[in-house]
Design a protein around this ligand. Structure first.
Ligand code: F6R
Length: 237
């Protein structure tokens, strides 16, 4: 991977936005893979500030909770609509979230088909969890996995409890692009900030390839850009 160490999340957002801008200037109907959570927020902000025409860009979110009522403000459908579609001016009908069209039983297959029909993901924005997850592929996920329903780890539920009234309110299940799905994207841009991510970043970038640290799957990909602040880079050799 190409590792870029930046001063702060703002600088990281500018660099990630540069990559997206280059892509969209070359391919106005590019397909973006969209992460949620805190990490990509500076990327969306930097991109929004450029006033680029993103009205033809298509999008596929990485993951979604399973078990929240439709329209729940912390569902990733709602988060993507609020923080990405509205902020960037993406065409709402062309931005997909796993599980958003039809029964959950076939949602994984349906999502894979939709990504395929769109021509695949050109650039996938990724955060990384403290468990080493990318998407919601928690430890134990197969490197060949495709979009499917998974159980969230206790650690991830605690980390995401900040968005909910209590830990109990955090869903126990999710549907996520698989590691195999993520590896098919043509360019991976992984961002991480803060000391809490240092071990996960070190494992992903230079640890052994292991499903115990799902992010290590990125080492199998020929085009990865890792953008980290000093604290998140502190575990790197
Ligand atoms: C979100 C996702 C997760 C997050 C990760 C980090 O769609 O797939 O992998 O990127 O949990 O979350 P934050 O950015 O909130 O630290």
């Amino acid at each position: 991977a190409e590792v870029v160490i930046v001063r702060d999340a703002e600088e990281a957002g500018v660099i990630a936005a540069d990559a997206i801008e280059r892509l969209v200037r070359a391919t106005p109907d590019a397909v973006l893979g969209l992460a949620t959570g805190s990490t990509p927020l500076t990327t969306w902000a930097a991109l929004a500030a450029r006033g680029l025409d993103l009205s033809r860009v298509r999008g596929f979110a990485l993951d979604e909770y399973v078990g929240l009522p439709p329209g729940h403000p912390e569902s990733y459908r709602a988060v993507i609509d609020r923080e990405v579609v509205a902020t960037l001016g993406l065409p709402p009908g062309l931005v997909h979230v796993p599980g958003d069209s039809g029964p959950i039983e076939t949602a994984g297959d349906d999502y894979e088909k939709a990504i395929h029909a769109a021509g695949g993901i050109d650039l996938q924005v990724l955060g990384i969890g403290r468990t080493g997850h990318i998407g919601f592929n928690e430890p134990g996920s197969s490197f060949a996995s495709l979009t499917r329903v998974k159980t969230l780890t206790e650690q991830t539920r605690r980390d995401n409890a900040r968005f909910f009234p209590s830990l109990d309110a955090v869903p126990t299940h999710c549907i996520t692009q698989g590691l195999g799905t993520i590896l098919r994207a043509r360019h991976l841009v992984l961002l991480a900030f803060g000391e809490g991510k240092a071990d996960a970043v070190a494992g992903a970038v230079e640890g052994p390839l292991t499903s115990s640290l799902p992010g290590s799957a990125i080492q199998l990909h020929p085009r990865v850009t890792v953008i980290v602040d000093e604290a998140a880079a502190s575990g790197l050799a």
